[in-house]
Design a protein around this ligand. Sequence first.
Ligand code: 5AD
Ligand code: SF4
Length: 466
Amino acid sequence: MSAPRKLHIKSYGCQMNVYDAQRMVDTLAPEGFVETASIEDADLVILNTCHIREKASEKVFSELGRLRVAKDEAALRDRRMEIVVAGCVAQAEGEEIIRRAPMVDVVVGPQSYHNLPQLLARARTEGRALDTEFPVEDKFARLPQPSRQAIRARGISAFVTVQEGCDKFCTFCVVPYTRGAETSRPVARIVEDVTRLADNGVREVTLIGQNVNAYHGDGPDGRPWTLGRLLHRLAEIPGLARLRYSTSHPRDVEQSLLEAHRDIPAVMPFVHLPVQSGSDRILAAMNRKHTAADYRRVIDRFRTFRPDIAFSSDFIVGFPGETEDDFAATLALVAQIGYAGAYSFKYSPRAGTPAADMQEMVAPAAMDERLARLQDLIERQQHAFNRAAVGSTVDVLFERPARNDGQIVGRTPYLQPAHVMASEDIIGQVLPVTITRHERYSLFGTLPANAGAIPRQTRTPALTGA
Ligand code: 5AD
Ligand code: SF4
């Protein structure tokens, strides 16, 4: 048997990319590849790129410059290093990468990862290979099922893609072009994946998709199922303690999803619901197809169904034409909603999107200033949210040893990291923790005296109904 070849994946961006990276590892494992943490050791380096990052393609080209040096050094030691560019920059700028970066062997878009072994073989005979097609066939069907080993490596919390692509066409966003039209995986496949994960000790599953609550995969009854219905089905899987989903669009929040939050204890009361701006004028220019009032109504509906629910969001500051008044409306919306946390970005044009042709760019200094003010407000809200937990007892799903000696870290229902002094036996359990203090992003607390001794199953919350 030949020695295993070593594979290093550097992933940027969203959870979809984290998941895709694992799928690429699974696809290449039968070819004899094992993962390595070091680029220098690698026979194959995959850059799993994200187009949403600011100056995304420039960053990819400068990363490739560094990789060329590593590739040259490997060649001096008589070793071949292959370089693959994957992800959304590959999809959007594949031809350009091939033209400008001769050290790249393969460029592969997110729809074509199942072709990686063939593409590498083609690159070895033909020099280069590019695959950024949107195939008509179902790419989900062709990827290997996650291997047992891969599942364990992912620990007790796992991501499962349930839908991909987006039909919303926000004017700033490349996703509809790089990830294509919205497609949903059939219910049966997702149930299979989640069952296998749960059988291997995974206790929390996050369903992911660019527009996850647009989910409409075929159900076993041959009809399209909503995300809410899917959550009800997945909650029946033994061993699973927590279900989450991300990222949601305010326009696609429907009744069955709200009911899932009300009726299923495993569905966590924390929703990432990007709004992007609080100004109706800017929301219209972004083609969001909702107003700030619509968004507030959606938030209120969630709260009616699940009073302890909390939210995070994404914001873009400095969208073309954004005035001080528009920005003030964003601050007002944030103040009104009260977030547990949020991500904020300065607008940056993406080639091929309608907003890239818009005039009236906001001056860089104004963008910086607005971003700082927004981030300051969001940070204060996050701080208040964490402070409010002090003195209360919250369920924590324990995931791994913390960096600090003797501490084990888990997550609250709101994804706050929570640390306790305990033995590693509690990993995988959901236990009540009394929160004693907080830092900027983390909580610290204590377990009930006998908690570590409680057998795992008795601590699993009821999974359906009350
Ligand atoms: N400029 C700035 N931020 C962007 N995002 C998407 N496209 C852009 C862009 N062109 C942000 C949005 C989205 C998040 C994933 O990235 O806020 O929700
Ligand atoms: Fe992009 Fe999200 Fe808008 Fe779809 S809904 S176009 S993924 S920002």
